[in-house]
Design a protein around this ligand. Structure first.
Ligand code: SF4
Length: 367
């Protein structure tokens, strides 16, 4: 298959792994920001191929995982209100809030609907005019354009029963927060290819100047990942960090102008709470005032949210690369994809789910 097979060529991948091993003079620590890349690295055994040469740590690039518990509690509270339908992506339904998940709220009478796109939620609102439809809008720069489009479509259709619970996040401020941690050992980043497809990579130049670490825009197939890692270790070894695009077949420096424009028309940047990182300065998006009628937070007055119950999930450490999923004492014992204690075990992009799915153990070997 064109654009897939050539990036999965085993001989090419082995050559690239050998080259990386030859380049490094000491073990290097690289963070892949995106959860899709985490799954690619583990699925193809790249972490094991590079063991001893490159330590791959996993960043906060899973949109479901970084949505804080408090936001899920608000979504549940809305879903349980009479007359309200809460629409969300499938992964989000199983993520535990402080007391239950959206799926559990549905089991006790909440109206929760799984949708595949924000535009599905608009259709729900159009076909059920007697209900208030709230779309739980989570995700990075890759999903915010579709959410923006949904608001504008709802406006054009004259819908008054559609709104958004916005929890969109922005990658670059989270990378800044990671670099500011005292115990941060990240020497280079693989930037998320699909976020850069939308947003471009011009904004990373200032980041590289500030922190003196390479940022390499990287794709998702094994050869893409290895080429990205090779470029990253080259720059680390040379002491010449830069922004480099190793995903040229998808990413341009200025991204997708149309997508960026519709997001800018609809949202403004705000501080945002992230699971694991706390409140990240400029780490999120909120609706602009002109779209206030579509803002569920303004439309529905908040009721008191119940206090958090203690949870042994260490997702905050996992999401900031300070803990490997297998180092969590609950991994594979109390916490599995069937009975998850935290979001990283639920989501298709979660690091804990990747370690479980691809059979990693505490010793790092495939079980
Ligand atoms: S293994 Fe489960 S409990 Fe541990 S950090 Fe991951 S999601 Fe949380």
């Amino acid at each position: 298959m064109k654009f897939v097979d050539e990036y999965r060529d085993p001989e090419l991948c082995l050559r690239l792994a050998d080259e990386i091993r030859r380049i490094v003079t000491e073990p290097r620590t690289i963070m892949e920001v995106c959860g899709g890349q985490t799954h690619g690295l583990l699925c193809h055994g790249i972490d094991e191929q590079l063991e001893g040469a490159v330590r791959l740590i996993h960043g906060p690039g899973c949109p479901v995982c970084v949505t804080p518990t408090e936001e899920i509690d608000v979504a549940i509270e809305l879903a349980l209100r009479p007359g309200v339908t809460l629409a969300s992506f499938g992964d989000m339904l199983r993520v535990p809030g402080s007391r239950e998940s959206l799926l559990q709220a549905r089991a006790r009478g909440g109206e929760v609907r799984l949708v595949y796109s924000p535009l599905d939620a608009v259709t729900l609102a159009r076909t059920a005019p007697d209900r208030e439809v709230v779309f739980f809008a989570v995700g990075f720069e890759t999903t915010s354009p579709a959410t923006a489009l949904a608001v504008q479509q709802a406006h054009d259709l004259g819908l008054e029963n559609f709104s958004l619970l916005v929890a969109h996040v922005r990658v670059l401020p989270a990378m800044e927060a990671i670099m500011q941690a005292d115990d941060c050992g990240v020497e280079g980043f693989l930037a998320a290819g699909h976020v850069c497809t939308v947003d471009g990579f011009n904004a990373y130049h200032g980041f590289v100047e500030r922190h003196r670490v390479p940022v390499v825009v990287t794709g998702f197939e094994p050869a893409d990942l290895l080429v990205g890692i090779r470029e990253c270790v080259r720059q680390i070894e040379a002491g010449l960090p830069a922004v480099t695009n190793c995903y040229e077949r998808c990413v341009r420096s200025d991204g997708n102008e149309h997508a960026r424009q519709i997001v800018a028309d609809t949202f403004e940047v705000c501080d945002q709470a992230w699971r694991g990182l706390g409140v990240v300065s400029e780490g999120g998006l909120r609706l602009r005032d002109r779209w206030a009628a579509f803002d569920a937070r303004r439309r529905f007055s908040r009721r008191d949210v119940l206090p958090l119950l203690p949870n042994r999930c260490r997702s905050g450490e996992v999401l900031t690369g300070r803990l490997r999923p297998t180092e969590c004492e609950c991994f594979g014992v109390e916490c599995t994809p069937e009975v998850p204690l935290g979001a990283p075990m639920v989501s298709s992009e979660g690091a804990c789910a990747a370690y479980f799915r691809y059979g990693r153990t505490a010793e790092g070997k495939i079980r």
